[in-house]
Design a protein around this ligand. Structure first.
Ligand code: NDP
Length: 339
C-alpha cells in the first residue's frame, strides 16, 4: 500500500521533500467489531490549499486535526468501496469525501461526504467542479456574494479550482467579470475558455489599483477573495458602495511566517462593504441543489472545467506543493488509479 507520508511539521513554503513515498506492508482489514468502517481503493486525490495548514504543528493549525508526522497526509478524494462494514455502502460504490493519500484506506463512513450517482461525467470532477471546490464556488458566489444581474465582479486566483467556476457562474448570472491570475497562459484561458470579460496578470501588473480602475471605472460590486494581501488592499480602494467580499481564501498568506498587513481596511466603513468569511463545510446541505444546477450546464457545454492531472501517487507531493507557486493550470488532481 503506497502512501504519501508527512516527514515533519512544516514552516514557511512547503517542499516536495517535506513528504515521503513509502510502501507499507501492513494488510488492511475491516475491524470485526466495527460497523462503520469502509475499505476504500483511492482513485483521484485533490490538492487543496487548506492542506498546507494541516502540515503545521498543532499550535499553528486552524483546523480540528493536523497531520501527524510519519503518517499519511489526507484530503478530499474519489474512492471505490472494496469492502463495507456500513449498511449504507456496498462493494463497488463510488464515493467522495475525506481519505488518506495512499492506494487503499480504512475510513470511517462518517468521512464520506457523498455517494457518486452520476458517472456520465469524468469521475475526477468529484475532486473539483462536482466536489468541494465546486460547492465552494457555488456557495461563496450565490449564498455569500448575493449577486444581482449586471453587477461588476472581480475574482482572484481566477483560473484555479474555485475561481474558474466563480467566473463562469457570474457570467451565467449576467454579471461583468474580471479575473486575475499569475501567467499569460492563465490570463488567455480566463478570456478564451471561461468567458471572463477581462483578465489581469497580477505578476506583470505593477499597479494593481490602476489596473482595477481601468477595468472597473465604476467600481466593483463583488470581490470573490481567494488570495488576500496586496490584491485585497488594491481591491478595497475600488469597491462600490454596499459592495460584498465573500472571503473564500487568502492563499498569498498561507506560507508566510509573518503575514502581510492590509492597509485599506477602513474602506469597509466608507463604502459600507459586507466582507464575510465562509467555509464550504457549512453548505453541503445545498449539494443536491448544486448538482441540479451545475450538471445540465456541464452536459450542455455551458460550463467547462480545466484540470491539471498528475499521474501516480508518486507525483502527489510535487503536485501539492505546486499549487502554492501557481504551477497548476486549473484544478490540480492526482490520479492514483482510474478504476
Ligand atoms: P487553485 O486551484 O486556485 O490553486 C491555487 C492558486 O493560487 C495557484 O494556482 C496560484 O495561481 C494562486 N496563488 C498561489 N500563491 C499565490 C500568491 N502568493 N498570490 C496570489 N495567487 C497565488 O486553488 P483553489 O481554487 O482550490 O483555492 C483557491 C482559494 O480558495 C484558496 O485561497 C483556498 O484556500 C480557498 N478555498 C476555500 C474554501 C473554503 O471553504 N473557504 C474551500 C476551497 C478553497 P496563480 O498562477 O494565479 O498565482
Amino acid at each position: 500500500n503506497k502512501q504519501v507520508i508527512l516527514k515533519h511539521y512544516v514552516s514557511g513554503f512547503p517542499k516536495e521533500s517535506d513528504m515521503n513515498i513509502i510502501d507499507s506492508t501492513i494488510t488492511l482489514k475491516l475491524p470485526q467489531a466495527s460497523n462503520d468502517v469502509l475499505l476504500l481503493k483511492n482513485l483521484y486525490l485533490s490538492c487543496d490549499p487548506y492542506m498546507r495548514n494541516l502540515m503545521n504543528s498543532p499550535e499553528n493549525c486552524f483546523y480540528r486535526r493536523n497531520y501527524s508526522p510519519q503518517s499519511p497526509i489526507a484530503g478530499c478524494g474519489v474512492s471505490k468501496v472494496v469492502e463495507s462494514g456500513h449498511k449504507d455502502y456496498k462493494e463497488g460504490d463510488l464515493v467522495w469525501g475525506f481519505t488518506n493519500w495512499e492506494e487503499y484506506s480504512l475510513i470511517p463512513a462518517a468521512q464520506i461526504l457523498f455517494k457518486i450517482e452520476h458517472t456520465d461525467v469524468p469521475l475526477s470532477y468529484y475532486t473539483g467542479i462536482l466536489g468541494m471546490p465546486g460547492m465552494t464556488a457555488y456557495a461563496g458566489f450565490f449564498e455569500v456574494g448575493s449577486p444581482k444581474k449586471g453587477e461588476n465582479v472581480f475574482v482572484s486566483a481566477a483560473s484555479g479550482a474555485v475561481g474558474q467556476l466563480v467566473g463562469q457562474f457570474a457570467k451565467l448570472h449576467g454579471c461583468y467579470v474580471v479575473g486575475s491570475a499569475g501567467s499569460k497562459e492563465k490570463v488567455d484561458m480566463l478570456k478564451n475558455k471561461f468567458g471572463y470579460d477581462e483578465a489581469i496578470n497580477y505578476k506583470e501588473e505593477h499597479d494593481l489599483n490602476a489596473a482595477l480602475k481601468r477595468y472597473f471605472p465604476e467600481g466593483i460590486d463583488i470581490y470573490f477573495e481567494n488570495v488576500g494581501g496586496k490584491t485585497l488592499d488594491a481591491v478595497l480602494l475600488n469597491m462600490k458602495l454596499h459592495g460584498r467580499i465573500p472571503v473564500c481564501g487568502m492563499i498569498s498568506q498561507y506560507n508566510l511566517t509573518q503575514p502581510e498587513g492590509v492597509t485599506n481596511l477602513a474602506h469597509i466603513i466608507y463604502k459600507r462593504i459586507r466582507m464575510q468569511g465562509f467555509t464550504v463545510a457549512n453548505y453541503y446541505h445545498l449539494y443536491t441543489k448544486f448538482l441540479e444546477f451545475v450538471l445540465p450546464h456541464i452536459r450542455e457545454g455551458r460550463v467547462v472545467y480545466v484540470e491539471d492531472i498528475a499521474e501516480g501517487l508518486e507525483k502527489g507531493p510535487a503536485a501539492l506543493v505546486g499549487i502554492f507557486s501557481g504551477r497548476n493550470v486549473g484544478k490540480q488532481v492526482v490520479v492514483v488509479a482510474r478504476e
